[in-house]
Ligand binder design. Sequence first.
Ligand SMILES: [Zn+2]
Length: 294
Amino acid sequence: MRVLSFLLILLTFGFVKAEIKVVATYPYIASITKEIVKEKAQVDYLASGNLDPHFIVPKPSLTVKLRNADLLIINGAGLEIGWLPPLLNQASNRKINPGSNGFLDLSQYINLIEKPENVSRAMGDVHPEGNPHFHLDPYNVPIISQVITEKLCKLDGSNCDYYKNNLSDFKKRWNEKLAVWNSKMASLKGVKVYQYHKLFDYFLKRYGIISVDTIEPLPGIPPTAKHLEELILKSKSENVKMILQDVYHPIKPAKYISEKMGLKIVVLPHDAGAVEEAKDMFSLFDTIVERMNK
Ligand SMILES: [Zn+2]
């Protein structure tokens, strides 16, 4: 009891600074943030890595996490548009609302690809601002880690040097891994693939792999029988070698095409926690590179 009151006095007079609470929308953001803060802040996330990042069920437990947060880091570019706004509303935590100090939208610092030229829904339902899956370009990860560090320094200046040291250590280890991934991916340059959703476009673009088409005809729209027949025909004329399947869309259409045309199906994780081996950002890319090279 005595210890407790002593702590209370220290807190009241500001001698002990409570560690800040960071909430990220996705596990990949939490993984990068943990590399920077280590034990100096609490890091949590809202969406499980094995779910469709566009469609997360807004549960009350997620509202509780937001209510207690000092900093909210989101992917942005419309990825959370379908599920985060009602949670933020319910949490009514002014510190982390868009525009406040405790809010960070990573997409603001990234060059998005596939930006639609007009605001029609021609690009499909779920990518109206361009392709939001930018964390799958491993070259965007150092940019993201830098932006997160700068925000942490603003909110928690007393630990800024510590965060910056961790950032440079993280970047060094990341660059070493990049060299490994680059050399392993070089042999796949020019290979043609199908994907279910435009999920891996940043990764494929980085390594010169050609995404010929997607199993869903438009982002967020399920495939029709007619579209699958077109994909079967096109796989032959375009010499498509593999189908990249994510962990949350049905695998049946890929199997249907694969059985007819002998294409290889490669199931890829898109976030930490999507498959067992992909535990953090390093093992996420290790797993993608390994599975594509199998
Ligand atoms: Zn998407």
